[in-house]
Design a protein around this ligand. Structure first.
Ligand code: GDP
Ligand code: MN
Ligand code: MN
Length: 252
């Protein structure tokens, strides 16, 4: 058994309005059931989700948090604008974004963008993934899956990893419930986070710095799904999100 991870070379610096499907299509021969993995950074750039720090006017809440955690109030305002729930304010902002993804700073980046600019993650990453997927399927005539990724830290462990924040035509979770283990016992709990694992694998080729590799193709694994899928399938419903409940308790 094996699969391939292929870094797409020669992708230019991406700007507002760039046509990502065409740019990707011109630089790789796609095959049926390829999984196209795209760093959210270039999706945000193409969608024009870049903002000047100096244009942001911090509100009262942002100023208050800034006084407590020492971060730039304008940056905090940006984070608040993209958050529906704040879980931690000090020493950093851990939030749930408007689409339900929980991460530090709502995924807003200051790296791999010109100085003084902020890069907001795509506002609706599933929609972005499906737009790119549709475009690539039309250009190539192949069946494709798409994953839009970001780099996130994890609770409890040092180190960041690629995670899926938006998907198109891929089942993000593989349930092992009901399968047998080596000794014939029936598995009862394990659901494998396939989309995150693929994002992590792709991130090994992307890196975090000046590599210039925002798109990776994973070939040889079959997770294709004929219908649209949604990343919210991977978020715990409120009542099952034990860690979040604990964090919110701390504010009380
Ligand atoms: P994130 O994980 O989505 O926040 O993206 P990163 O900032 O970690 O970048 C992932 C990869 O994409 C790195 O190899 C960057 O050098 C590369 N990258 C970021 N922006 C661009 C761009 O506009 N053009 C190209 N070719 N690569 C980029
Ligand atoms: Mn990022
Ligand atoms: Mn990254």
């Amino acid at each position: 058994m094996k699969f391939e991870a292929i870094a797409i070379e020669n992708i230019p610096l991406i700007h507002n309005g760039d046509d990502l499907p065409s740019i990707i299509y011109e630089n790789i021969e796609l095959q049926d059931r390829d999984i196209v993995i795209i760093a959210s950074t270039i999706v945000a750039k193409a969608e024009g989700d870049t903002f000047k720090l100096e244009d942001i006017k911090p509100g009262e809440t942002a100023l208050d948090i800034s006084a407590r955690n020492g971060k730039d109030a304008r940056f905090i305002q940006a984070v608040l604008t993209r958050s529906r729930e704040v879980l931690i304010k000090i020493p950093f902002m851990l939030v749930t974004t408007l689409t339900g993804h929980t991460c530090v700073n709502a995924g807003i980046d200051e790296s791999n963008i010109e100085n003084g600019f902020l890069l907001y993650p795509p506002e609706n990453p599933d929609f972005s993934a499906s737009k790119i997927g549709n475009g690539l399927e039309r250009l190539s005539g192949k069946r494709l899956s798409v994953i839009v990724t970001d780099t996130n830290g994890r609770a409890f462990k040092i180190g960041q990893t690629g995670v899926a924040i938006g998907i198109y035509k891929i089942k993000p979770i593989k349930s092992w419930v009901g399968e047998k283990d080596l000794f014939g016992k029936t598995l009862e709990i394990t659901e494998e986070a396939v989309a995150d694992e693929l994002a992590g694998a792709a991130n090994l080729l992307m890196g975090e710095g000046a590599d210039g590799i925002p798109v990776v193709i994973i070939r040889g694994l079959d997770y294709y799904c004929e219908s649209r899928t949604f990343i919210r399938e991977t978020y715990f419903p409120k009542e099952r999100d034990i860690i979040k409940k604990g964090l919110l308790c701390l504010h009380k």
